[in-house]
Design a protein around this ligand. Structure first.
Ligand code: DGL
Length: 260
């Protein structure tokens, strides 16, 4: 098989990375994909750095052994914990990660007040501190750690009353005080309608899925490995839980209409 026809490996701690897979398929429908979600061990955001590095390393190794031509770490937490180590380990493999989409949120409005929602690990790690430093003179940035939120999405709960109450309590200090919200975890785009409802339509919401897809396209073009057969590609979904529920949920999330 020609390398350009090999699949792209997409990894997340669970079902959240489907929000990135959606963007990838939209931009590059002719590519083949293997999506691997580690729902058995989700959430990653409250684990130790060593655990997240080990789990991410094992699953990326599996994808590489499956013959992928490029890897997307569709998880902000795993990206901040492990991407540098993985790039060292696989120097010839294009590896693209995701980080909170702070730049468009800061540029959205002069002196914007920006709330960045992410997992405790993403907020704690050096990558995010570095990112914040780049923009802290242009905006007021409020990092908000959201432990407990990915669990709602893992359970397929995208609009329940308990989710609404959880989010309303989390947002109390920020309601009426921010211009933009960054969804710094790939699970959160699935609860975007609820977040928009709570903040109201005057608050702009940003996520990094589209930027990640464009970055992968750029890298693969540079390496000459874009699939140019013109035929629609195949998406294979796998999950460490190995129960049909996870795969069904992933398929449902993949087919949800996009909410902007
Ligand atoms: N989807 C992951 C991210 O983007 C986090 C979810 C988790 O804590 O496992 O950070």
């Amino acid at each position: 098989m020609e390398k350009s026809q090999a699949p792209i490996g997409v990894f997340d701690s669970g079902v959240g990375g489907i929000s990135v897979l959606r963007e990838l398929v939209k931009l590059m429908p002719e590519e083949n994909y293997i999506y691997y979600g580690d729902s058995k061990h989700a959430p990653y955001g409250s684990k130790t750095l060593d655990e997240v590095r080990r789990l991410t390393g094992e699953h990326i190794e599996y994808l590489v052994k499956s013959g992928v031509k490029a890897v997307v770490i569709a998880c902000n937490t795993a990206t901040s914990a492990a991407i540098d180590l993985l790039r060292e380990k696989y120097p010839d493999m294009p590896i693209v990660g995701i980080e909170p989409a702070l730049k468009p949120a800061v540029l959205y409005k002069e002196n914007a007040k920006v709330l960045v929602m992410a997992t405790p690990m993403t907020i704690r790690e050096e990558k995010f501190h570095h990112l914040m430093k780049l923009y802290e003179n242009q905006a007021t940035i409020y990092p908000l750690s959201c432990p407990g939120l990915p669990e709602f999405v893992e359970a397929g709960n995208l609009d329940g009353a308990d989710l609404e109450q959880f989010l309303r309590e989390l947002f109390v200090p920020y309601l009426g005080k921010v211009d933009a919200v960054v969804l710094g975890c790939t699970h959160y785009p699935f609860v975007r309608p609820m977040i928009q409802k709570i903040f109201g339509n005057d608050v702009a919401i940003f996520d990094g899925g589209g930027g990640t897809a464009r970055e992968l396209h750029r890298r693969m073009k540079e390496c000459g490995i874009l699939n140019t057969t013109g035929k629609k590609g195949v998406v294979r979904i796998e999950n460490s839980k190995e129960t049909p529920e996870e795969i069904n949920l992933c398929e449902k999330l993949l087919s949800l209409p996009e909410v902007r």
